[in-house]
Design a protein around this ligand. Sequence first.
Ligand SMILES: Nc1ncnc2c1ncn2[C@@H]1O[C@H](COP(=O)(O)OP(=O)(O)OP(=O)(O)O)[C@@H](O)[C@H]1O
Length: 256
Amino acid sequence: MSALLEAHGLNLRFGAVPALEDVSIEVHPGEVVAIVGESGSGKTTLLRVLSGMMRPDSGEVRYRDPDGAVHVIHAMGEAALRQLHRTDWGFVHQNPRDGLRMRVSAGGNIGERLMATGARHYGRIRTEATEWLRRVEIDPERIDGMPALFSGGMQQRLQIARTLVTRPRLVFMDEPTGGLDVSVQARLLDLIRALVADLGIAVVIVTHDIAAARLLAHRLLVMRRGQVVEQGLTDRVLDDPQHEYTQLLVASVLAA
Ligand SMILES: Nc1ncnc2c1ncn2[C@@H]1O[C@H](COP(=O)(O)OP(=O)(O)OP(=O)(O)O)[C@@H](O)[C@H]1O
């Protein structure tokens, strides 16, 4: 297996609703893959299954660790999966409150994740937290401030700093700019793009924003009613969509 993450034949139903139907995906090191599609098409469900947060009815997700060992995600114990999420992996939630500890300071949020990967030296942790606040354009003077007092955009940038500080190999992002003002979204997208490229992180990002997908992703996966109807290089899919649904999706963005 040369991919970092590989899923084959994923199926998952919620009662009569097929949320995932025979979905397969590969993510290579340093690659940004966007999952796009209309509301209810199964994007979030796919992200949750890939990240081990939800179990599929059938199909398999495999991850290759830095030593080359391959792990079947849904066969891993809870502790091992939690450890993976704390170290090699990251998850950026749409709502920063789901990814931050709101009663812990901004610096503490970043430091906590560093400590999970073995950092112990207080001075070095604080220096690194300061550096990361700067990288995500938060005034380092706010290091002891509580995230609850930050704006939505700042909270999201803090969540990104907390996630990326350990330089994970793979980050899952669920509509990271959703719920923010358009001007704030653009700035955040630029920041994510720069950080991800700089660190060479692989990303699986869910978005219904085609412009965001074009800006960030190397590859696109278009979902409709639980199925992947088209996938390929971002420019190819958006400039020359093959599936009727993708054509509609692209046309609706151009018309907006
Ligand atoms: N826990 C659940 N119980 C029952 N049905 C669910 C559950 N989670 C998702 N669904 C259904 O599965 C389908 C896929 O949902 P999912 O949230 O993955 O879509 P999505 O593409 O992420 O949508 P959105 O862009 O609105 O977040 C939808 O029909 C949804 O109603």
